[in-house]
Design a protein around this ligand. Structure first.
Ligand code: GDP
Length: 459
């Protein structure tokens, strides 16, 4: 903002051999640059054509030399990706062809675009908001179909819409508070004070829903790390093989053979899940084993969920319990009773009674019984069941949502404690402005630089 808008150009496609490559030109001079760089086979120059029309012809350099055969698309602002006049030259694919066509565009007066500059212009011209601009990166980077669908929903603006709704309500609350500050003689009736608090609680609730979605979006992007822990020989390797569906971990009857960490990514209902088997976490003198123990501890520290595996056949031992004590207390744990094929139901009931309070799943890694139930429990524990609505929100957006929620909680507490409208209004305004960072309504240049630097050139 502030600086004069020039005309930019960049290659919009990947620099690989392909049928076509696209050089995109955007800005106030786009048509003039297009006229210099492109000669239609017949008809008028690009600058005299209708919006959203296509011309066939040649890309020519300043000497009039033909560089490549191409189609030129003319899209006049504001009905273009950037909201400015845009010319797209579709030439032949391949690193050299597109580079040379780009050089022609630069010779003709365009400047090489910075990463994300086209999308940044789309944002600055009000074509899309900031959360939609960020969704563009997510669409490009999506690793699974589900992540892609979530990014597209965000691109459509459903996330922005939800944020705007809350902001509007908060603005109403702030306005009422500010009226009260300006005209103290109007002192609010208890009723309207309640309505005001209602507005804050409602917003807080909505933000809570969005935050859960952020978490789900995070899951889709980064996946879920599930670590198997248990004393040697309870069947962790066998279970891992079941969960990843192949004979990856080496299964033996000798305790302590899984020396290193074995891990494997699988897609569980569209969610990337990393299953890792640990070498054991007991104190040991053996150096090789200790290395494994350190790695296991590290895995546990980074886990999103821990499967504590117990051998139902041998029942709970002191070693099982000692190991459970060592699991990081902040992590969710599911107790997995393995080898249920070896015991009768009464013994299982007794075991379950001993572990009351812990979520338990009974399985047999040998027969495969209970594995599906375990997988369901894993997704459920991670909040990944029924995640149709998930947005692929970024860390930045999650952070803004959390700050907004904190401010609203503080507003409610301040009101509860009987303080005046001026103090409450500060918090409500803070929440309103934190949410505005998501859509880009309240945002500064540094933040924009930071966001758009994640983009590639040409986007
Ligand atoms: P880890 O040391 O915890 O990784 O245990 P392993 O997966 O190596 O298994 C130890 C032994 O228990 C092997 O002989 C497995 O075949 C056996 N085992 C594992 N799971 C089951 C099960 O569900 N039922 C039975 N009967 N044996 C199992």
């Amino acid at each position: 903002m502030g600086r004069a808008v020039d005309t930019i150009a960049a290659v919009a496609t990947a620099p690989v051999e392909a049928g076509i490559g696209v050089v995109r030109i955007s800005g106030p001079e786009a048509l003039r640059v297009g006229d210099r760089a492109f000669r239609p086979r017949r008809g008028r120059p690009l600058s005299e054509r209708r919006s959203h029309s296509v011309a066939y012809g040649w890309v020519v350099n300043t000497d009039g030399h033909r560089v490549d055969e191409a189609l030129a698309l003319v899209m006049l602002g504001p009905h273009s990706y950037t909201g400015e006049d845009v010319v797209e030259l579709q030439c032949h694919g391949g690193a050299v062809a597109v580079r040379r066509v780009l050089e022609v565009a630069l010779e003709a007066g365009a400047r090489l675009a910075e990463p994300g500059e086209f999308t940044r212009r789309a944002f600055l011209n009000g074509r899309i908001d900031l959360s939609q601009a960020e969704a563009v990166v997510e669409v490009i980077r999506a690793k699974t179909d589900r992540a892609m669908e979530a990014a597209v929903r965000q691109l459509e603006g459903s996330f922005s819409h939800a944020i705007r709704e809350v902001r509007e309500r908060l603005l109403g609350v702030a306005a009422q508070l500010e009226a009260e500050i300006d005209f103290p003689e109007l002192e609010l009736e208890t009723e309207s004070r309640e309505a005001l608090l209602e507005g804050c609680s409602w917003s807080l609730e909505r933000i809570g829903v969005l935050l859960r979605n952020v978490r789900r979006g995070d899951l889709l992007r980064n996946g879920l790390r599930v670590v198997l822990a248990g004393r040697p020989n309870v069947g962790k390797s066998s279970l891992l093989n079941r969960l990843v569906g192949k004979d990856r971990a080496i299964v033996t009857a000798v305790p302590g053979t899984t020396r290193d960490v074995i891990e494997e990514w699988v897609s569980l209902g569209g969610v990337p899940v990393l299953y890792a088997d640990t070498a054991g976490i007991r104190e040991t003198e053996d150096e090789v084993e200790r290395f494994g123990v350190d790695r296991s501890r590290e895995m546990l520290r980074r886990a999103d969920l821990i499967l504590w595996v117990v051998d139902a056949g041998s029942g709970l031992t002191a070693e099982d319990l000692a190991l459970r004590e060592q699991l990081p207390s902040s992590k969710p744990v599911i107790g997995v009773l393995n080898k249920t094929d070896l015991v009768d139901p009464a013994a299982l009931d007794a075991l379950a009674a001993e572990l009351k309070g812990l979520r338990l799943i009974q399985v047999s890694a040998l027969s495969g019984a209970g594995i599906e139930e375990l997988e369901r429990a894993v997704l459920e524990e991670a909040g990944a069941l029924d995640m149709e609505e998930g947005f692929v929100a970024t860390e930045r957006q999650g952070d803004a949502l959390r700050r907004a929620a904190d401010a609203l909680r503080s507003a409610l507490a301040t009101a509860e404690a009987g303080y005046g409208p001026d103090l409450i209004s500060v918090d409500v305004r803070a929440a309103w402005s934190a949410l505005g960072e998501i859509t880009g309504d309240t945002v500064d240049e540094d933040l924009l630089d930071q966001i758009f630097s994640r983009f590639c050139i040409g986007k």
